[in-house]
Design a protein around this ligand. Sequence first.
Ligand code: DP6
Length: 325
Amino acid sequence: MTASQVLATAHPNIALVKYWGKRDTRLNTPAVSSLSITLDTLQVATRAQFGETDALTINGASEPRATARAIACLDAFRTETGVAPRPIVASSDVNFPVAAGLASSAAGFAALVVAADALYGGLLPSPELARLAGQASGSAARSLFGGFVHLAAPAHAADPIDVREVAPADAWPLEVVIAVTATGPKAIGSTDGMELTRQTAPFYSAWVDAQPADIEAALAAVLTKDFAKLADVAEHSCLKMHAVAMAAQPGLVYWNGATVAALHCVRALRQAGTPVFFTIDAGPQLKAICEPGSGDTVAAALSEIPGVIDVLRCGLGPGALAEAC
Ligand code: DP6
């Protein structure tokens, strides 16, 4: 596709087996593989066209750090493809809290690379676009694809990641209920948090070494739709990620009181027979993953918790897409 203006849409993804730690910071190569689900209703919509200089606005405002990261991503695209360096002007609308642990940057970079690719004429296949998005933000690589997504970290830092959809969204339409417990940006972003963890946490290598077994167990659970098994491995991965981050110096504590209350609520619901498990990223929001049909019960319970500001509902959704507009 060659177009003078494009609209790209991408959705955040939530890791069930977490990425936390880099093998190479320059190439942004992850130290561990990860497994995620791409969401549907939360969305970044990016309009892009050629202009005088590269520029990015998010919800109408320009922020220097976000713009610099977007330009670096566009430069990587142009270097990779060898296209003429025509600048791109992009404006993104985000329909959920930005930089608050809801993977806005993952969706944002996924939308940006598909928008650039569409403007430049459809040069790269999705796995290549995923690699470029992943250089900008590791988790962004997964938002190129829909449903259940496996990102395999390379054995050697200089080798590329391998990202693919392992099951489509409609193969197992899990429901996701997000308990929003704070709306401001988090104090320490993922990039800084994972580097601090790698450099200072005494259990870091144990975290990395255990990842292949978690990935294998989670992949098997997805392919056999074994919810109890997926619940076990996903909560274990989440708690290990936060445990190793808490063991950094100074320790990283992304949770607030309502996050912990929501965690106990999810466990109590499961104990009482509701098929649900939790996961939490580098922020205080809790994501409850529910078997199809359990979302209403879980949303009602989470919305009762003091400190839960809002409850967002999603299903599983598609990968990033661009169209001429
Ligand atoms: C906790 O992808 O935001 O959400 O590569 O430094 O941009 P960078 O990190 P990022 O980290 C995501 C960390 C996580 C877990 C996950 O999504 O796997």
